[in-house]
Design a protein around this ligand. Structure first.
Ligand code: SAH
Length: 341
């Protein structure tokens, strides 16, 4: 993971940058949570003005912003006013593919304490989150709807970031009905249906997630073309699709549970139907790849994992599928296409 710049630095300097990475992460979290990039979107501001707008302690806020300027997240212009940079603009709430809620979710209430307990996972193979919170993450979200809303928004934001890539990398127009299994608030199925006016959709997720999605589907003008169905994908998935899409689902689960979900999809798929998995594919080489750290995120949060192409092939064949192709995208996630074996 060494950049050319790091290679020029003495190892202690380069290592200190890695070690202090979480200081930067948490500082980014605070501005995202406070909505500071949103405030700066209307023009440069002093730390006093920002402190008043966010109800924070101005001298401390100043120190936080100064530190973020030093790593290029923010910029100071005339009279020491703080300004957005292309980096902080990614945290603006309405930016296309906004990372604001991803930042707040990953570095806030539940992911961050779980990462603090990473040692537990490494020592025992258990789930750091469950050990820390005495509950699993889905139970936690059930009991903490505000954090759940942030998480669902974070998934929608991340989905928006990969939407274009997915749409241009795979032709969904050949399907009559696409079922999005664990589709969250429906950002992906919305994108697919808007790009393919003759296709129908089914959004399937847990009841509390589906209840938040109906309004969004209606707002996108898709109430007629997209059914929102609630349920548990370990029990069954809705029938009637000629394509079943699962984005960022299988990586949440260990092989045994992933196979259970896959078999439930297999049950409803005709021989010519397609299964489309959108997940990271871990390269078997040593190059830097986002998947290798998302994999740790899965280790601490859900007990799931990111898989290599070979591991996907094994998982699919254990569930009655044949892997057809792995389509890389510009994003760290790939499209894995399979059909009934
Ligand atoms: N596919 C979406 C969401 C991924 S997050 C996206 O890419 O944005 C994982 C999703 O799985 C969440 O929406 C969660 O509610 C859903 N999920 C978890 N357990 C489930 C279950 N047993 N049945 C149905 N959905 C479930």
């Amino acid at each position: 993971m060494t950049s050319p710049k790091q290679q020029e630095q003495p190892p202690q300097v380069a290592m200190l940058q890695l070690i202090s990475g979480f200081w930067i992460s948490r500082a980014v979290y605070v501005i995202a949570k406070l909505g500071i990039p949103d405030l700066l979107a209307t023009g440069p501001k002093t730390s006093d003005e920002l402190a008043t707008a966010t109800n924070t302690h101005s001298p401390s806020l100043f120190r936080l912003l100064r530190a973020l300027v030093s790593v290029g997240v923010l910029h100071t212009g005339a009279e020491g006013r703080f300004e957005n940079t292309p980096l902080s603009e990614t945290l603006i709430t309405d930016a296309p593919g906004s990372l604001r809620w991803f930042t707040v979710s990953e570095l806030g209430q539940e992911h961050y304490p779980a990462w603090g307990n990473l040692m537990h996972s490494v020592k025992t193979g258990g789930i750091a989150f469950d050990d820390f919170f005495a509950d699993d993450v889905w139970g936690y979200f059930h009991k903490n709807p505000e954090d759940a809303a942030v998480f669902n928004n974070s998934m929608s934001g991340m989905t928006a970031a990969v939407n274009n890539t997915l749409r241009s990398s795979y032709d969904f127009s050949k399907f009559n009905t696409v079922v999005d299994v664990g589709g969250g608030h429906g950002a992906l199925i919305t994108e697919i249906l808007q790009g393919n006016p003759h296709t129908k959709g089914v959004l399937f997720d847990a009841p509390e997630v589906i209840s938040g999605s109906r309004e969004r589907l209606a707002a996108a003008g898709l109430s007629d073309r997209c059914e929102a169905i609630e349920g548990d994908f370990f029990k069954s998935v809705p029938a009637g699709g000629d394509a079943y899409v699962m984005k960022w689902i299988l990586h949440d689960w260990n092989d045994e549970l992933a196979i259970q979900i896959l078999k439930n999809c297999r049950e409803h798929l005709a021989p010519a139907g397609r299964l489309i998995i959108v997940d990271c594919v871990v390269p078997e080489t040593n190059e830097p790849h986002f998947s290798k750290f998302i994999d740790l995120n899965m280790l601490v949060m859900t007990g799931g994992k990111e898989r290599t192409a070979r591991e996907f092939e094994e998982l699919l064949s254990a569930s009655g599928f044949k892997l057809l192709q792995v389509i890389p995208t510009e994003h760290p996630t790939s499209i894995i296409e399979a059909q009934p074996a």
